[in-house]
Ligand binder design. Structure first.
Ligand code: ACO
Length: 328
């Protein structure tokens, strides 16, 4: 069987209009703009309105990605939505995206891998292109984390944000395309980042709600160390897989969790600071949305000409981590 090369045909993104600044947060919890900026790099983030949900942003981002790719929704074979905040627990949000877009022949499923969701989806999708099963695949990664954030917990509420990005994948000619991907998990660290209630282990009840167990609980310091360790390791792994040297990378797009994590990873993998793309100051941590939103911004700025070599790396709940090396 001849293996086909999967690549990115189109990119889109959508974030809410509403901006929540660090100064707004100062009025909500015991924090300061200075603390948030120096510890995380975040100045402001986007927060969804009352009538907006994951699919609101996923659909808008997907339309833009389809438009750039020149692909109609009816040509899509598969839709993967990477999210931990679907519109509802059931059915998958990808079904809403499929219906609203009018992608009648596309199979559709959601994929959950915390903040690494976009890289996991890219890894899955490229297999279907490579083996010739599917021609066009839409990935929409994003979150409405504001709905699972405890707005009385200063340790978490300053980090999270809402928004989505999308890419359309299809067959491309070498040297363009996805050169290498790698994904990993370490389930023993599941408690580092979790929403304890609302699943089959601890269904929602008045008690779980009054104990605020339906919100994200986080062990920030543990995540911080693990993110640096694993994002560095997996970035080196994909570079090695593709026989690419760090200095050949044009742009490094890390999951936007914390500017200090980003800087530490870039230093460890010997990618120079000016190659890092960071929008965490304006966008915050949108989990599975962060890498495709960054891709979209780069495209809009004209920074993704043909041939650009992009290294993407993510880390998140699970814990999960992954990396992808992509040439435009
Ligand atoms: N404002 C003011 N003070 C705060 C705040 C806040 N928002 N949050 C915590 N503090 C206090 C703490 O209570 C602590 O006070 P103490 O010394 O009196 O006990 C002090 O600040 C230092 O707290 P640390 O947790 O040690 O601060 P740190 O420098 O580690 O930064 C942070 C915390 C930003 C959460 C960091 O650990 C981090 O970014 N971790 C990764 C978390 C993350 O990204 N999670 C998202 C999902 S996983 C991912 O996306 C990679």
């Amino acid at each position: 069987m001849q293996v086909k090369r999967a690549g990115i045909l189109g990119i889109g993104a959508s974030v809410p209009d509403k901006v929540l600044t660090n100064f707004d947060l100062e009025k909500m919890v015991d924090t300061s703009d200075e603390w948030i900026r120096t510890r995380t790099g975040i100045r402001e983030r986007r927060i969804a309105g009352e009538n907006e949900s994951f699919s609101t942003f996923a659909i808008e981002a997907s339309r833009l990605a389809l438009e750039e790719a020149g692909i109609s929704p009816s040509q899509l074979d598969l839709i993967i939505c990477a999210t931990v905040t679907p519109d509802r627990p059931l059915p998958s949000s990808s079904c809403y995206v499929q219906h609203i877009l009018g992608a009648e022949k596309a199979a559709a499923f959601d994929l959950t891998a915390g903040c690494s969701g976009f890289i996991f989806a890219l890894t899955v999708a490229r297999q279907f292109i490579a083996n010739g099963e599917y021609k066009h695949i839409l990935i929409a990664g994003g979150e409405v984390l504001s709905r699972v954030t405890d707005w009385t917990d200063r340790a978490t509420c300053v980090l999270f944000a809402d928004g989505a990005g999308a890419v359309v994948l299809g067959e491309v000619e070498e040297p363009a395309g996805i050169l290498a991907t790698s994904i990993h998990n370490q389930g023993e660290y599941a408690e580092f980042l979790t929403i304890p209630a609302g699943g089959s282990e601890l269904p929602t009840s008045q008690e779980t709600v009054s104990k605020r167990l339906h919100f994200v609980k986080m062990m920030g310091n543990e995540l911080f160390k693990a993110a640096i360790r694993y994002m560095s390791k997996v970035s080196e792994e994909v570079l090695l897989k593709a026989s690419v040297k760090p200095e050949e990378v044009d742009i490094f797009i890390p999951h936007q969790a914390n500017q200090r994590i980003t800087n530490a990873v870039a230093e460890r993998i010997s990618v120079s600071r000016e190659k890092i793309y960071s929008n965490i100051d304006r966008i915050g941590n949108t989990s599975s949305g962060s890498i495709p939103i960054a891709l979209h911004e780069l495209k809009e700025k004209g920074r993704l000409p043909k041939g650009t070599l992009i290294l993407m790396s993510a880390f998140g709940a699970g814990v999960s981590w992954g990396s992808a090396l992509v040439r435009m």
